[in-house]
Design a protein around this ligand. Structure first.
Ligand code: C2E
Ligand code: MG
Ligand code: MG
Length: 673
């Protein structure tokens, strides 16, 4: 590189750098020869010294790089490797820098995942294929009260208490959410919902399950409270009508098994309306509370007391002395009750006098099932009431012409089926978001010459006593499929049609095949149908029912729990069934806007249903304030007389047409909401 004259001699020192004293500026040109020699020598020394320095730098670079590789191996990615510019190791350093970049990106993703998993509210555990835990997130530590290190090496099953072991497993081909209980480090038992997924990898070291679990204590408590509210009369705290009937049913089953007898007593306060009118409703309430206390005090401890309606009570007397005359014993006990109730009640400064009439029916003489016993106790009570008050009657067959009627009806139904006297009507199911029609429920009717239109309550229980119900059920399904075809042919969009199923149908050996055949014969898509099954039916033979419902579900049919809230199963028990819809029983909906307890039940069912991913339908919606209440709860669908009575198939087609052309009959109700 040419330099301005006079600076030529400065090149070497600049180049060599290490020899400043040898080539100082200002050397005289006359001494050039000596200087050249000196410079040559200096250059040689300089070159030698330069190589040595380069080697030192290279050695340092190599050491730097080795350390950088070590750091990378340890996962320390913060510092970049550095090397000198002329050491020749630049490309290696660059490759290392790229590797560090890639590792940094991977570590970033890993840290991100770690953070997500750490901040998850749900417990997450990784196990080996045999269930041995090898990793747990902080939520799992919190749930179980154990540090991750303590959990490592234990099996998940070892955290499940003995009583729940049988129902616990990780493997589940359908990956369903199930429930179990974990015992925590503190010894508490925590109910959890959990799901386990197989980790599908070829690497045996990584195989096993990823298990997520969630504490459901609060939901369980809410559920218990809901069940309590649903079963107990709010004023007197004794079982309500539905719970009483359930307890009666259980008592009958026990009596049947043990071949013993029992009695059903119906009690009705005489002229209760007068008490209410004279002393006011709160005095009336006090009287009913006092009456309940006296009943439970007077009756044997094993007796069941229930409030059936305003001033009507029921008593089941069980475990009666077989050596004694049943009738005499029950009459004696009932007399004692009547005397206890007749004591004056002190109420707001008044002495109120009460009396009760009583009707008695005995098992098995006066009926061997709930329906007959209730009807006959009621017939005896009716007879007692006519005597003016404080009377008692034991059922006698001439009190009830209905029993005869029943036998007649049962034999007539066979003929009714053959003569095509059954009808199906449809009750629309309304989408609560906008008032559109989401489908309908098919309800059977019997057009009996001379008797008019009979409701299912009058003949389905009769049909259920024999295989006749199978024919009725099949006839209904067939009718629904035909109607569906008709609607489709008329270009209507009927939505999903719900069909009620009886227990006997579910128990029918070839039920699935029969259903399959019917819907295929009519070319109906299975998704167009939903089967409604009551809670009680579901729990009858749960293991078998799960299998059948799984098959129906796999066929594409939707399934709903009918009359939800009236049974005694827990939501967790119901979770084993592939059910998409909960239908809240109309008894809760009816009083939801006037009773705080009933409102709570409806709100809880909606919330719990949603938290389990189910649609919630409210039945028996009759008034606009009920509709507003349900909409405020975000309940999904409603059925009820507010939208009109159940209608024949062609009227349903008209309704659909109405809605299709924008005239939406129900829209005004929703515009006001
Ligand atoms: P469900 O399945 O709970 O049907 C609802 C019942 O409530 C129907 O009575 C319906 O007419 C009535 N309902 C609807 N909206 C209201 C309302 O706003 N207020 C009041 N008070 N009632 C309303 P229905 O038709 O008498 O049926 C009674 C029960 O008979 C049904 O209860 C169902 O369990 C059974 N059932 C009906 N059809 C069939 C059938 O084809 N097969 C079987 N196995 N059972 C059936
Ligand atoms: Mg139903
Ligand atoms: Mg129902």
């Amino acid at each position: 590189m040419p330099l301005p004259d006079g600076r030529r001699w400065m090149i070497l020192p600049l180049c060599l750098g290490t020899l400043p004293a040898v080539a100082a500026p200002g050397i005289d040109a006359a001494d050039a020869g000596t200087a050249v020699l000196a410079l040559a020598a200096a250059a040689a020394v300089g070159a030698f010294a330069g190589r040595a320095a380069l080697r030192r730098r290279r050695a340092a670079d190599t050491e730097n790089l080795a350390e950088a590789v070590e750091r990378l191996a340890r996962g320390e990615l913060a510092t970049a490797p550095t090397v000198s510019a002329d050491g020749g190791l630049g490309p290696v350093a660059q490759a290392l820098a790229r590797m560090r970049g890639t590792l940094q990106a991977a570590a970033g993703a890993r840290d991100y995942l770690n953070q997500v998993v750490t901040s998850l509210g749900d417990a997450l555990l990784l196990t080996r294929p045999d269930g041995t835990i090898h990793w747990a997130n902080p939520a799992a530590e919190r749930l179980l009260g154990h540090a991750a290190a303590e959990l490592k090496g234990r099996t998940l099953a070892s955290l499940v208490p003995e009583a729940h072991q049988a129902g616990f497993s990780l493997a589940d081909p359908r990956g369903r959410t199930r429930e179990t209980v974990f015992r925590t480090a503190a010894g508490d038992e925590v109910p959890v919902s959990y799901s386990a997924a197989v980790i599908a990898t070829a690497d045996p070291a990584l195989q096993g399950y990823v298990v997520s679990a969630r504490n459901i204590t609060e939901r369980k408590l809410a559920e218990q409270r809901m069940r309590y509210l649903a079963q107990v009369d709010a004023l007197t705290k004794v079982p309500n009508r539905m719970q009483f009937q359930h307890l009666l049913q259980r008592a009958i089953a026990r009596a049947r098994r043990g071949q013993h007898r029992l009695a059903l007593i119906y009690l009705d306060v005489d002229r209760f309306k007068e008490i209410n009118d004279t002393f006011g409703h709160s005095a009336g309430d006090t009287c009913l509370e006092t009456l309940t206390t006296r009943l439970t005090r007077t009756l044997p401890p094993s007796a069941v007391v229930g409030r059936l309606a305003g001033d009507e009570f029921g008593v089941v007397l069980d475990g009666l002395d077989p050596a004694r005359n049943l009738r005499a014993e029950v009459v004696g006990i009932t007399r004692l009750v009547q005397e206890a109730v007749a004591e004056p009640v002190a109420c707001q400064g008044h002495q109120v006098l009460m009396s009760v009439s009583a009707g008695i029916a005995l098992y098995p003489a006066d009926g061997n099932n709930v329906v007959d016993l209730i009807r006959n106790a009621d017939a005896a009570l009716y007879r007692a009431k006519r005597q003016g008050g404080g009377a008692l009657e034991v059922y006698h067959s001439d009190m009830n012409a209905a029993a005869v009627d029943r036998l007649m009806l049962k034999s007539r139904l066979r003929k009714g089926l053959d003569q095509n006297e059954l009808r199906v009507v449809y009750q629309p199911k309304i989408d609560l978001r906008d008032g559109s029609i989401a489908g309908a429920e098919a309800l059977v009717r019997w057009e009996l010459a001379g008797r008019g239109l009979l409701l299912p309550g009058e003949f389905i229980p009769l049909a259920e006593e024999s295989p006749l119900i199978l024919e009725v059920g099949e006839w209904v399904l067939d009718r629904v499929c035909r109607d569906y075809q008709q609607w489709q042919a008329g270009r209507a969009r009927p939505g999903r049609i719900a069909v009620n199923l009886s227990l006997r149908q579910l128990k029918q050996r070839n039920f699935i095949t029969r259903v399959h055949d019917i819907i295929r014969r009519h070319g109906i898509p299975p998704e167009a149908l939903e089967f409604e099954i009551t809670e009680t039916t579901l729990m009858e033979d749960a293991r078998r029912t799960v299998r059948i419902l799984d098959e129906l579900h796999a066929m594409g049919l939707a399934l709903a729990i009918d009359d939800f809230g009236t049974g005694y199963s827990s939501l967790s028990a119901l979770q084993q069934f592939p059910i998409g819809t909960l239908k809240i029983d109309q008894s809760f909906v009816r009083h939801a806007t006037t009773s705080h307890d009933q409102a709570t039940i409806v709100a809880m069912v909606v919330e719990m249903g949603h938290s389990l991913g189910k649609d919630v339908v409210a039945e028996g919606v009759e008034a606009e304030d009920q509709l507003r209440f349900l909409r405020a709860l975000n309940c999904d669908y409603a059925q009820g007389l507010l939208f009109g009575p159940p209608m024949p198939a062609d009227a349903y087609a008209d309704l659909l047409a109405d809605h299709r052309h924008g005239a939406g009959r129900y829209r005004p109700l929703f515009a006001r909401g």
